[in-house]
Design a protein around this ligand. Sequence first.
Ligand SMILES: Cc1cc2nc3c(=O)[nH]c(=O)nc-3n(C[C@H](O)[C@H](O)[C@H](O)COP(=O)(O)OP(=O)(O)OC[C@H]3O[C@@H](n4cnc5c(N)ncnc54)[C@H](O)[C@@H]3O)c2cc1C
Length: 252
Amino acid sequence: MPMLAFRLATPRVLVDLRRVSGLDRIHIGEQGVELGAKVRWRDIERDTRLAVAQPLLAEAVRHIAHYQIRNRGTVGGSLAHADPAAELPAIALTCEAHIVAVGPRGEREIPAAEFFLAPLVTALEPDELIVAMRLSAWPKARRFSFKELSRRLGDFALAGAAVFFDLDERGCMRALHVGAFGVADKPVRLLETEAALNGMRPEPAAVAEAIKLGTSGLEMRSDIHADADYRRALLETLLTRAFDEAMQRSPS
Ligand SMILES: Cc1cc2nc3c(=O)[nH]c(=O)nc-3n(C[C@H](O)[C@H](O)[C@H](O)COP(=O)(O)OP(=O)(O)OC[C@H]3O[C@@H](n4cnc5c(N)ncnc54)[C@H](O)[C@@H]3O)c2cc1C
């Protein structure tokens, strides 16, 4: 719909996937979660098991657009559309999800880090269909936070951040993942921030320094909604709040 509305696509044929069976399955197992391509935002929001099995995903989905869009938008559609400001691609990248695609040459799993190539461009071949997205199991005590800012509730985010980590017995962060969206031409991982903080205690000064390190290497997007300097400042603020919230949240 966004592509049609902006006249970016004028297809001669539209294929409706709604009656293709099996694509609306949500599977929650010990290894992780598999979301079928036709799973809608509303399905995720309403699934109380997902709030426990993938709390970061469940929280992110609540920020997507408004009620009407959340009733219709799908996992496969969002991944294939690859909007740089969309929530699900950012979650896929930050959580190292795999996108399962099927085509005439069979099935393949594409790591999210190799899937999003540019705005609205993915590694999907023209004859491939996304059938699912796979997420690894989420440890119970994992700390996380998801933050974004948009001009009005339900708008695409000007910037957003996803953070998660485990705390070891000394209170040091392990398996830290930091993602951002809305700020560049595709969702990004802040690998310098992760490298600087992994194995460290989340002290505010160290976190602030690591955030600066991560954002300084990003080529920030600039558009009519926000310029690059504003987006950089906004992302740094959101990341600071995300680390704060993740620390304060008691593990489930
Ligand atoms: C007003 C409005 C506000 C929005 N706000 C937000 C927002 O805040 N955050 C956000 O993340 N999203 C937002 N969206 C996007 C929305 O959530 C959907 O992701 C988007 O509209 C795609 O919808 P869809 O899933 O029905 O896919 P479609 O519109 O059916 O498809 C989108 C694209 O993906 C392709 N495609 C669809 N399914 C597959 C598949 N299984 N395999 C391969 N290719 C496929 C289609 O060919 C098409 O190119 C907004 C959309 C609108 C219209």
